[in-house]
Design a protein around this ligand. Structure first.
Ligand SMILES: [Zn+2]
Ligand SMILES: [Zn+2]
Length: 183
């Protein structure tokens, strides 16, 4: 089931939401994430591993974290699907709106709901790039979630101990890849 691509303005909205949540500059990159090579025909899904490799170009500034936001369905070899993934203690992460979109579950489109879900998912993957592992607190954004319903139960914030590990460098910048063409 298609989701009709990223809603117009969603990335910019996300950039603003994230800048507020993190009190940190966030930039939307002018590049489009190429997805063709990551497509696996027999799964009809896109490989996170291949996409993260693709995201290494252009080279990532050492002070920068780069998170891609896409609308394609993502998988890892050990999981039937993932909402996102990231390099633990690395610089790259990816989050997908594919299953977060209310329309995926047959519900009417709800932009506010999607906006909040993708914000939490990006914050979660970002946390992994800062070395955070999954948190046991149900409301913490670092709590594990494989389903959108689980994402809804979390707050768009890090608990005290997760926030401490995050320690976002003040001079660094977070950037986004624009979504890839989905053909
Ligand atoms: Zn996680
Ligand atoms: Zn936590």
């Amino acid at each position: 089931m298609g989701t009709g691509g990223l809603a117009p303005g969603l990335l910019n909205q996300l950039r603003q939401d994230l800048a507020v949540s993190l009190a940190h500059p966030v930039r939307v990159m002018d590049q489009v994430l190429p997805t063709k090579e990551a497509f696996v025909l027999d799964r009809q899904q896109y490989s996170v591993d291949v996409l993260l490799q693709t995201m290494q170009r252009p080279a990532v500034d050492p002070e920068t974290k780069r998170i891609a936001v896409t609308d394609v369905d993502l998988f890892l070899p050990v999981f039937a699907h993932v909402l996102g993934s990231a390099q633990l203690n690395g610089q790259l992460g990816i989050a997908s709106t594919h299953r977060l979109c209310p329309m995926f579950a047959g519900e009417p489109m709800d932009l506010h709901k999607l906006r909040l879900r993708i914000l939490k998912e990006v914050m979660h993957e970002l946390g992994h790039t800062f070395g955070l592992v999954h948190c046991q607190l149900s409301w913490c954004v670092m709590n594990a979630s494989l389903l959108p319903e689980h994402v809804d139960l979390k707050d768009p914030s890090y608990c005290g101990s997760c926030a401490e590990v995050m320690n976002v460098p003040k001079d660094g910048i977070l950037s986004f890849f624009l979504k890839g063409d989905n053909e």
